[in-house]
Design a protein around this ligand. Structure first.
Ligand code: PMP
Length: 348
């Protein structure tokens, strides 16, 4: 097992940090019904009370669903919060670096820039495949984390599990596998590998298959040591009560989520096939997510045209390896029909 040297991996100031202790952290008993400890307003229940800083009830429900112990779960204000925490916990500003595949989700590089951390890009293969060797070659002694998004945004493809595990087995720092779109793929989550790989962090979210982007609820699954440092550094009440309540309610709607995923996966090949047959499309790339990448004859012009017709897709044409590409999310059958009707009328 590749057990990290935690002390050399965690930023020294974070290692020694005495975290803020909130009123809700200090009193954890069950018996009290008079709360005069947090300077809250006694009126307007239940929103007058601070939420559970560690979201214990919600974590228990997530633990049951995912088969991961609560001690290995962090919940945040979207998975974006967990991405930022990787930098704040592990990377010394101005000294350390991270390595990520290119192209990929844009927040990794933005968080790196905000935290003044060098961001090293390793191009995917021409078929958007991941080479663990190339990623490892880019790592140096001050590389603290590797970011791999699988299925990848914006290319849509999931990566070879063996390549991802080789990163975990070989690299001395943290390996972040972002599974924001994991519920749309057939292969099991990398959370199954956590027990054997203490340097693995798996990210998931309520924003995609769980259809709850508005509530801002993301999950990180990792070694209890990592979760402990995330909890030390996060804002005390990072997940508000309304979100904790709504997240728990969503977890009881598993059948709805499965139904939505099925609907999206049924629509996906139909939309991809129809787009691939259009004269304005030169290629449709295979996908494991709820979106796909399409290479067009003139992505900029088609993007503007669709906007004028009230249809918004994502123009990825200025992203590495994605020249002239649009990223298209699978919508409802009606939305997909509207997209296809508009594209058929394009006269470029
Ligand atoms: N990871 C990936 C790959 C994403 O595409 C997104 C959102 N587009 C996120 C993370 C962020 O998700 P959240 O809404 O949980 O912050």
């Amino acid at each position: 097992m590749n057990t990290p040297d935690w002390k050399s991996l965690v930023r020294p100031n974070v290692w020694h940090l005495a975290p803020y202790s909130s009123a809700r952290d200090e009193y954890t008993g069950q018996g009290a019904d008079v709360f005069l400890d947090a300077n809250e307003n006694p009126y307007n229940s239940p929103n007058n009370r601070y939420p559970d800083p560690l979201q214990r009830d919600l974590k228990q429900a997530v633990a049951r669903l995912k088969g991961v112990p609560a001690a290995n779960i962090f919940l945040g204000n979207g998975s974006d919060e967990a991405i930022d925490l990787v930098f704040r916990v592990f990377c010394r500003p101005g000294r350390d670096n991270v390595v990520a595949i290119d192209p990929t989700y844009g927040m990794y590089s933005v968080c790196a820039a905000i935290n003044d951390v060098e961001y090293r890009r390793v191009p995917l293969g021409p078929d958007f495949s991941l080479s663990a060797d190339k990623v490892l070659e880019a790592c140096g002694k001050d590389t603290k984390a590797i970011f791999v998004c699988s299925p990848n945004n914006p290319t849509g493809n999931a990566f070879d599990r063996k390549e991802m595990l080789r990163l975990c087995d070989t690299f001395g720092g943290m390996v972040v596998i972002d599974e924001a779109y994991g519920d749309f793929q057939a292969t099991p989550s990398m959370t199954a590998e956590l027990a054997e790989h203490p340097n693995l962090i798996v990210l998931q979210t309520f924003s995609k298959a769980w259809a709850s982007a508005a509530i801002r609820l993301g999950m990180a699954f990792a070694h209890a040591t990592v979760i402990g440092f995330f909890n030390k550094v996060k804002y005390p009440y990072n997940v508000n009560s309304l979100t904790q309540f709504e997240g728990a309610a969503m977890l009881k709607r598993r059948e709805d989520v499965e139904k939505w995923v099925k609907l999206i996966l049924t629509e996906r090949p139909k939309v991809m096939q129809a787009v691939s047959l259009l004269p304005c499309c030169t290629r449709v790339f295979p996908t494991d997510a709820n979106f796909f990448l399409a290479r067009m004859t003139d992505a900029d012009a088609i993007y503007d045209y669709l906007c004028q017709r009230g249809i918004v897709v994502r123009n990825r044409s200025r992203v590495a390896l994605c020249g002239n590409c649009l990223r298209i999310t699978i919508g409802t059958p009606q939305e997909n029909t509207a997209l296809l009707a508009a594209l058929r009328q394009w006269e470029g």
